[in-house]
Design a protein around this ligand. Structure first.
Ligand SMILES: C[S@@+](CC[C@H](N)C(=O)[O-])C[C@H]1O[C@@H](n2cnc3c(N)ncnc32)[C@H](O)[C@@H]1O
Length: 277
């Protein structure tokens, strides 16, 4: 991308605000060990308050390394992926712009919307005239294991009420950054129900962030063929969730995909879809 100091300043600042890098250390959301007594009590407590956005937060000091790598779970930031994975989104989007790779930008698994807000910001910073950003989520958290894939047995992500963020809240987050317009498309529902019939025509960057085997496979199967040659597939949970990595390996093996996988940080990874010979 040709050098544009104003765009650099805007995107650097946008990434820092979306992760609250440097100015939110306190109020880190508590992650209780799954299966622990505390976790059981917390689930009981939240079950008594249906429909209320109850969160548990605790004081903490800002840790640059954690927030760079997207390790902690920020209380108020719009993204939990950290600066390195946001930088990877920027690199992939900019590469498709300079190389003229056609297609939209898609994220499956958006939480508060931060990565998608950043995608829209990158397009805006470079004056892209027409690409869309697809914001795909249940907006109700993760599904329970439905018996299809053994790798998801025992999965507990569905128990995290903190992962259920309403579509209205995500839209409000886009608005907060002046980045909500008719080029941001919201696709609400379980991936297994929505992605196969979604009116997405062509994809330049596909970002998977649904944590589970099923959520990863349910996105790859309907969307991979829509990724343009030279486009990018980013997998947020490749290092963090073995079931997610398993889905990626199974899909690639089944489809004979040999494009090299590059590691972004301790969990994020991506590959660039090869141009057919
Ligand atoms: C780890 S969060 C995403 C983090 C986000 N990308 C960010 O920038 O911080 C995972 C999200 O995936 C969604 N999700 C996971 N599996 C899903 C499925 N099968 N269908 C719909 N949404 C799903 C959850 O609702 C949750 O919002």
């Amino acid at each position: 991308m040709s050098s544009n100091p104003a765009a650099d300043l805007y995107l650097d600042l946008l990434a820092k605000v979306l992760t609250r890098y440097g100015f939110e250390g306190r109020n880190v959301t508590v992650s209780l060990p799954l299966g622990s007594y505390e976790s059981y009590l917390w689930q009981l407590l939240t079950a008594t308050m249906p429909g209320r956005q109850v969160r548990m937060v605790e004081p903490g000091t800002f840790d640059a390394k954690l927030r760079e790598e997207g390790v902690d779970w920020p209380a108020d930031a719009e993204s939990m992926v950290g600066l390195k994975r946001l930088a990877n989104i920027r690199e992939c989007v900019e590469r498709t712009l300079t190389d003229g790779v056609p297609g939209d930008l898609v994220e499956t698994g958006v939480w508060r919307g931060g990565s998608c807000i950043f995608m829209r910001g990158v397009l805006a910073a470079h004056g892209d005239p027409d690409r869309r950003v697809w914001v795909c989520d249940s907006f109700e958290g993760l599904p329970e294991h439905d018996g299809r894939y053994a790798a998801d047995i025992g999965d507990q992500f569905h128990a995290f009420s903190e992962l259920a963020i309403s579509v209205e809240e995500v839209q409000e987050n886009f608005r907060r950054y002046d980045l909500l317009d008719d080029r941001v498309e919201f696709l609400k529902g379980w991936f297994a129900d929505t992605l196969g019939t979604a009116p997405i025509e062509q994809i330049a960057v596909l970002r998977l962030d649904g944590d589970m085997y099923a959520s990863t496979m349910d996105a790859l199967e309907p969307l991979y063929d829509k990724v343009s040659p030279g486009g990018f597939v980013i997998v947020d949970d490749y290092g963090a969730v073995p079931a997610c990595a398993q889905a990626v390996h199974d899909f690639r093996k089944d489809r004979g995909i040999t494009d090299e996988i590059h590691q972004v940080d301790w969990t994020g990874a991506y590959w660039r879809k090869g141009v057919p010979a």
